[in-house]
Write a protein that binds this ligand. Structure first.
Ligand code: SF4
Length: 340
């Protein structure tokens, strides 16, 4: 348990948590929507500080991040709980639960040491929403930057701007979801009604904090696979984040409360890739279909293959530093010091 950072006191010992956009108004001895922040005697505490549900050494491509230190390994940490209750959650066993009686503890210093020991280039907070153990991710990120590790959030993007600004100086990559492009989809999938702030945060992460941003849309049949939403998402990315921003359109697999649906047809994903291209995006990847050609990176300028991927095997075949080795085009790749 750890004192929370972003909250304000309200009358009658209630508290407003300002960690995410729910801005929960929490009575004494109660928790907020995520079940990980509790009002204890009029102060707010985060319950899952350093409580780790999952730890792994992953290829960065698994996040997925395709233009950020390609081929590197990342020390990946997840905790418990979430501020969304997605009906298609792939990690519901850790996200849609209370904090268990006991779980593994990894303090920030230890996390950084482990990342170094396992030769990882960075640390990612992933598997569950990083915002619901915000103080821990912030402490880790500060130490990680001191140790020359990169830092990654895999997020639904629903933190408050205050939270984003607090971690902004220490966060290098922001892998965010845009789940749909209308109220109904966000309500159906994530049980939230106001989603514009998610888009605002992505822009803020890029424009103010210079984070590397990649976007994922998991395409769920009948929910967000219509042209209007896909065109809306692709157009928004192009206009607000830029045409070189990678967009991953991933295949839905039936899970959690959505086992009655079929996996996304491959043609739907291919159609989404075409929509992205038409909108003017240069890098659109169809995900969760290993071996599909759209996992590879082609230079938009000369058309040559520059990074080949199969599953989580990555080979940079046409990069000179972070540019296309054939024509010198800028590919929006970040690869750290000494590479360019
Ligand atoms: S982090 Fe949790 S308690 Fe805080 S506002 Fe979000 S859902 Fe509510």
């Amino acid at each position: 348990m750890h004192q929370a950072m972003l909250y304000e006191k309200l009358p009658e010992s209630r508290i407003r948590c300002n960690t995410c956009q729910w801005r929960c108004n929490i009575a004494i001895d109660k928790t907020g929507v995520c079940r990980m922040y509790r009002n204890i005697q009029g102060e707010l505490y985060n319950l899952n500080y350093a409580e780790v549900s999952s730890v792994a050494i992953d290829p960065i491509e698994k996040k997925p991040l395709f233009h950020f230190f390609p081929g590197s390994t990342v020390f990946s940490l997840g905790s418990w709980g979430c501020n969304f209750h997605c009906q298609d959650c792939q990690n519901w066993e850790i996200s849609c639960v209370d904090l268990p009686q006991s779980s593994r503890k990894i303090q920030p210093q230890e996390a950084v040491m482990m990342a170094k020991e396992y030769n990882c280039r960075g640390i990612a907070w992933t598997y569950n929403e990083p915002t619901v153990w915000f103080e821990y991710t912030l402490d880790c990120a500060k130490l990680a930057k001191e140790s020359d590790l990169y830092t990654v959030y895999v997020t639904n993007g629903y933190m408050t701007p205050e939270a984003l600004d607090a971690i902004g100086p220490y966060l290098d990559a922001y892998r965010m979801d845009i789940k749909g492009f209308n109220d109904e989809t966000y309500k159906k999938l994530a049980k939230i009604t106001r989603w514009q702030g998610i888009l605002d945060n992505a822009k803020r992460a890029k424009d103010i904090w210079n984070m590397h941003v990649e976007v994922v849309t998991n395409i769920v049949p009948g929910i967000n696979d219509d042209d209007i939403q896909l065109e809306g998402i692709a157009g928004w990315i192009k206009e607000e984040l830029g045409e070189l921003t990678p967009w991953h359109v991933t295949r839905f697999h039936p899970n959690y409360n959505m086992t009655d649906l079929q996996p996304t047809p491959i043609e739907t994903l291919e159609h989404a890739v075409e929509i992205g291209k038409k909108a003017g995006l240069k890098f659109i990847y169809a995900g969760n279909i290993p071996g599909h050609d759209s996992e590879n990176t082609y230079c938009y300028s000369c058309g040559k293959s520059v990074i080949r991927r199969h599953g989580y095997q990555t080979m940079a075949t046409g990069l000179k530093g972070i540019k296309c080795s054939y024509c010198g085009a800028e590919l929006n790749i970040r690869a750290g010091k000494g590479v360019e």
